[in-house]
Write a protein that binds this ligand. Structure first.
Ligand SMILES: [Fe+2]
Length: 378
């Protein structure tokens, strides 16, 4: 349980950490922590090895800030990247936010209260490409149903996982920041996300609503886009985004989208991924894409099938994991249209547990009431 304490010179009950912290974009040598404060603040993170030492063991503990061209960023959303880490290593961190009460030409005023969040358990482990076995959980199409999310996550031994993957449509549309946090992040933080990262693929519903342009600000990726790659153990993961399921000129989008251009840019990026040593040399390649490229059901999946699947076939994909349809389906290699790889569509509010041991992929699916639903070994 996280402890929120105020290092107060005077009482200021209004300033506090509203949401988070949660881990994002963890790699072999970096990790980003995201949190939100109630008022504008400058924030930093202090990091120590997870070796029993405390933050007071050294006179100066290194601080990491979110900097923009050399300036510490002020705001309410804090995305601080910790750099210079070692692979497969556990670290302890604490975060600190200091309210900015005035910002003038030659003066910055700070509140007298610092919000500090830290516990013994606020730790994380960097990724490790030398691991031979990994495990992760996949959930999709939760659509803000926190009761289902919690029931599904509690079926897992979260401490034994390498990460959790949210494969799209965790929320239904977006009106504001609170809805996104209430939708699934707060439950994730309560159960695991301060010490175990989640990665996510954007779902088509997560492009919708007046807060849609802000959504990915809360989930930094290595590319700065909803499509990106990461590597853990033997697996090179490719996260793709088919965007919306209908044509750009559909009434539902009111003339504010150009996903045709976006998917074409993404395909150009994917060509470079296919040619990269990182991709070619990985023992296993697993792709996440919220909208499955098969069976053809809408404009978005037909475009994804046309643009991405030939490149994925060229790459030699071991498995694609999708959602979106809310119904389980599995198409072995060669049976999913143009896909020359197995395609598994996880049902809504089902938990997909994946173990990868060397080149062996084992999947176990359970329902929200904990019943065993399907086992597949590749
Ligand atoms: Fe969807």
């Amino acid at each position: 349980m996280l402890l929120l304490c105020m290092t107060a010179f005077a009482q200021s009950p209004d300033f506090k950490i509203l949401y988070g912290p949660y881990l994002q974009n963890v790699t072999t040598n970096e990790a980003t922590v995201v949190w939100v404060t109630s008022h504008n603040a400058v924030s930093w993170i202090e990091v120590r090895p997870n070796d029993g030492t405390t933050f007071f063991d050294e006179a100066v503990v290194p601080r990491f800030y979110e900097d923009v061209d050399g300036r510490h960023k002020f705001g309410t959303v804090h995305r601080v990247t910790i750099t210079g880490l070692q692979p497969g290593t556990s670290y302890r961190y604490r975060l600190c936010s200091k309210e900015v009460t005035a910002l003038e030409n030659y003066y910055v005023g700070y509140g007298k209260v610092r919000a500090i969040q830290a516990t013994r358990n606020t730790t994380f482990r960097t990724l490790d490409t030398t691991k031979t076995k990994i495990s992760f959980a996949v959930l999709n199409d939760v659509h803000e149903n926190n009761e289902a999310l919690e029931k599904l996550l509690k079926q897992e031994d979260l401490g034994a996982l390498d990460f959790v993957f949210y494969n799209g449509d965790m929320v239904s549309n977006m009106f504001n920041e609170k809805q996104v946090f209430d939708g699934f992040i707060n439950t994730s933080v309560k159960l695991f996300a301060s010490h175990l990262p989640f990665f996510l693929a954007r779902g088509n519903h997560e492009t919708r609503g007046q807060f849609g342009n802000e959504y990915m600000n809360y989930f930094p990726t290595p590319t700065g886009h909803p499509y990106y790659t990461f590597r853990q153990g033997p697996v090179f993961f490719i996260v793709l985004d088919a965007a919306e399921d209908k044509p750009d000129n559909h009434d539902e989008y009111h003339g504010i989208v150009d996903y045709d251009k976006y998917r074409a840019q993404e395909a150009e990026w994917l060509k470079k991924v296919v040619a990269s040593d990182e991709c070619r040399q990985a023992p296993v390649r697993i792709v996440f894409m919220h909208i499955p490229p098969y069976p053809p059901a809408g404009y978005g999946d037909i475009q994804a099938n046309k643009l991405f699947v030939p490149l994925l076939n060229q790459m030699g994909v071991d498995l694609m994991l999708s959602g979106h349809t809310h119904r389980y389906a599995y198409y072995p290699k060669g049976e999913g249209g143009d896909c020359q790889f197995p395609l598994l569509i996880n049902g809504a509010r089902q938990l997909l547990h994946v173990d990868v041991d060397g080149k062996q992929i084992s999947m176990h699916i359970t329902t929200v009431d904990g019943k065993s639903f399907k086992d597949i070994k590749l």
